[in-house]
Ligand binder design. Structure first.
Ligand code: NOJ
Ligand code: CA
Length: 526
């Protein structure tokens, strides 16, 4: 299980209202007690923060607001002691326009670093070379008046794309990877991997007809050339001690495209995140069953990576909650992700059922350098709720984003003391996942629940011990008629391992589930 930390909001150690590396170190005992394997720390490098750190101005530095390199080294040292690996967020598709490389590149057309970025002459009418749209809106092209060319950016104009076809750039970025590996990193979360190359014929997009047409396109993403680049990165992490890995932000249009991201010889990204699953925001049993089954049958046997919520996605509580059964729903989505096999990824605060900040909570926070201008993702980036006191145990100062009002009751301290809390639900799930071979490494058995509102699957270890997982994705009680077991025989002697419905029975063939109930049942196949 990999735990994502947005450092700005996790723990402030010096009262300036901004979370920092020392703060993460202070919370390692808590993270160890959760039973996680690794943390992914989102960018903490020097940055003008046009995109809160995803516009990197120095790939091998630590921004003063997050601490020092010594703090980083101490974090990795302390994490290792506790069996927790640390992944660095590697923003490889683009740098900041304030990075010295880009400043050099834009100095003149003949500058040696010119080709480290993607430049193009204007169209014959002087306008942008293509009609492509950037992910954050507007053209992908920004005109540089001094050198009379456009540079390409798939994200903000403050995030010029790096040119991965350039050997000098490649070498510089490989050196960045080696730097962090030498500083205790156990690998990288690779940002925006689909976008490393563009179609060199620069075709116009026929779909852009005045309205926005953004996202993954055959001309801006998923290009063949990126495989060689990712294979080289894989060689670099494989050569490092301690089984370093690549975790990929690798959205793809289809599951078959996702299969390719692992590499044809499983020699590219170890763990590409499954966005076909992670982007779902509506509980629909048919849709989820298909994503779970596909992830286990169409990735050529490679481990799926399931996640919900991140610094770019609404929190599960907000995305899936219906306002009535929020608690049961939070338990259900947690159980699904943590029992479905492969690798699970979770965003800080999900373990206590944190919600997005509301518009009312954000209304007094001025836009500007503190809060990124009109960043729609502020709601899911609020400070971690450790305690019910002012500052939520996150800071003794004034937090950079408000601590949610819900922190008064929804916090780690309160939930630790309550055996029925969501936090303890997560702890139980994580313990089962660690202790039961079926959940840890068992095969995935797709089942038919006989009910369009319920997802059913099983995990089975080599000795025939299994766990049946039942998830009712509706607000009504549901009766099931489970089928799909090998040989057609329904296993007997079940034992409830975990349930969000106190009166749960162990009937394995025709169980009844309360609204949004989750049930995990241990069984044995003869
Ligand atoms: C994906 C990151 O997760 C997101 O926060 C960022 O804005 C873009 N990549 C650009 O780096
Ligand atoms: Ca701080």
């Amino acid at each position: 299980m990999i735990y994502e930390i947005y450092p700005r909001s996790f723990q402030d150690s010096n009262g300036d209202g901004i979370g920092d590396l020392k703060g993460i170190t202070q919370r390692l005992d808590y993270l160890q007690s959760l039973g996680i394997d690794a943390i992914w720390v989102t960018p903490f490098f020097p940055s003008p923060n046009a995109d809160f750190g995803y516009d990197v101005a120095d790939y091998t530095g630590v921004a003063p607001e997050y601490g020092t390199m010594a703090d980083w080294d101490e974090l990795t040292r302390q994490a290792r002691k506790r069996g927790i690996r640390v992944l660095v967020d590697f923003v490889l598709n683009h740098s900041s326009d304030q990075h010295p490389w880009f400043k050099e590149a834009r100095a003149s057309r003949t500058n040696p670093k010119r080709d480290w970025y993607v430049w193009h002459d204007p169209a014959p009418n002087g306008g942008p070379p293509t009609n492509w749209e950037s992910i954050f809106g507007g053209s992908t092209w920004e005109y540089d008046a001094a050198t009379k060319q456009y540079y390409y950016h798939i994200f903000l104009k403050q995030q010029p794309d790096l040119n991965w076809a350039n050997p000098g750039l490649q070498k510089a970025m490989h050196d960045v990877m080696r730097f962090w590996l030498a500083h205790g990193a156990s690998g990288f979360r690779l940002d925006a991997t689909p976008y490393l190359f563009e179609d060199p014929t620069w075709p116009n997009d026929p779909d852009v007809k005045g309205g926005p047409s953004v996202g993954l396109k055959p001309y801006n993403s998923g290009r063949e050339e990126s495989h060689a680049i990712l294979r080289e990165m894989r060689r670099i992490v494989d050569a490092a001690p301690g089984q370093a890995i690549l975790l990929g932000e690798s959205s793809t249009p289809t599951i078959d495209d996702l299969a390719k991201v692992y590499g044809s010889k499983a020699d590219e990204i170890n763990l590409p995140m499954n966005f076909l699953y992670g982007n779902l925001t509506h509980l629909d049993a048919k849709v989820f069953k298909r994503q779970l089954d596909d992830a286990h049958s169409r990735l050529r046997g490679q481990p799926p990576v399931f996640f919900f919520s991140s610094h770019d996605h609404s929190r599960q509580w907000t995305a899936f909650g219906d306002g009535v059964h929020d608690d049961a729903i939070a338990r259900l989505t947690a159980a699904m992700t943590l029992t479905a096999g492969g690798t699970a990824l979770m965003y800080y605060g999900e373990e206590i059922g944190m919600a997005d900040l509301t518009a009312a909570e954000l209304k007094d926070v001025p836009l500007g350098p503190k809060r990124v201008v009109a960043d729609k993702r502020d709601p899911e980036r609020s400070p971690m709720q450790w305690t019910g006191t002012a500052g939520g145990g996150f800071t003794t100062g004034s937090p950079w984003l408000p601590v949610a009002q819900a922190a008064a009751t929804t916090n780690v301290a309160a939930q630790s003391a309550d055996p029925h809390s969501i936090l303890n639900w997560y702890r139980q799930l994580l313990t089962l996942r660690r202790d039961l071979p079926a959940l840890r490494e068992g095969s995935y058995v797709p089942l038919e629940s006989g009910n369009a509102d319920v997802v059913a699957f099983a995990r089975l270890d080599r000795s025939g011990q299994g766990v049946l997982v039942l998830l009712n994705m509706s607000a009504a009680q549901q009766r099931l008629a489970i089928s799909g077991w090998a040989g057609g025989h329904v296993p007997s002697d079940g034992r409830v391992l975990l349930t969000s419905q106190p009166d749960a029975t162990v009937d394995l063939a025709n169980p009844v589930l309360a609204p949004f109930a989750t049930r995990l049942v241990a069984f044995r196949v003869r």
